[in-house]
Design a protein around this ligand. Sequence first.
Ligand SMILES: Cc1cc2nc3c(=O)[nH]c(=O)nc-3n(C[C@H](O)[C@H](O)[C@H](O)COP(=O)(O)O)c2cc1C
Length: 270
Amino acid sequence: MYFDDVKSRRSVRTFDGLGITDKLLDDLKAYAATIENPYGIPVTFDFLDAKENELSSPVLKGEELYVTAKVKKVENADVAYGYSFESLLMHAVNKGLGTVWIGGTMPRDKFEKACGLKEDEIMPCVSPIGFAAEKIGVKEVLMRKGVKADSRYDFTELFFKNDFNTPLTENEASEMGIYSALEAVRLAPSAVNKQPWRVVVKDNAVHFYEKKDRGYDNGTYDLQKVDLGIAINHFDFESRDNGKTLTFKISDPNIVLPGDNYEYIASYEF
Ligand SMILES: Cc1cc2nc3c(=O)[nH]c(=O)nc-3n(C[C@H](O)[C@H](O)[C@H](O)COP(=O)(O)O)c2cc1C
């Protein structure tokens, strides 16, 4: 079940150093070629041998393979990017593989060169792919503590009903048939575990908002919009797993925002 993968997933930064089989690599490549997102913006993947390309990250150990993802610099590229890349990473998780979104802690120039990034493209993130080491490294333990990686906001702090003043309870979400889809959003990974996604449910639609923190938008792309793409992906995949078909819409319902740092992103009708 998709929901089981969402619950068991955690970022992996310490790998067994053995790499993956050609069969698994072929499976990942084949899946990557089928990935789409609701924005219809193509995201392309490159699988790069770490040693051959001299790629590494200061927060990782034992990784043999990286995947990079590129997208053209167009409107909503960052949200579409988060959606598509998360499809690939959750597919890898389903195969028992470890992954971690890396948007900051890497020698960016080297990765951009290795994947042949063009002038009109961006490559906000990369991920190692491999099997987790049996024992998690000391550095990784400290890193998880630093960002409180095992904690998440409560359901009622993230999800609302009709307006931003009325929290949506887990019971109400269950009655609407969207509890596990929202829980899949709540448990999603995000940059520095900031969990910038907020959702307002109104008239059989869920509206996704970004609650922005300072320092994530570099003018070309916003890492927290990548987070929103991940959240939208989790909502979509868990709903589909429950047999629901959603309609994706970008149509601002003009709900009063709690602050200037909130931005409407997209909606799903269910
Ligand atoms: C867009 C994005 C960028 C991230 N960048 C980094 C990074 O540069 N380095 C890192 O160690 N972790 C990075 N992470 C991983 C988060 O720190 C991690 O997902 C979060 O702490 C929650 O932990 P969990 O994934 O184990 O649930 C990133 C995650 C996302 C979604």
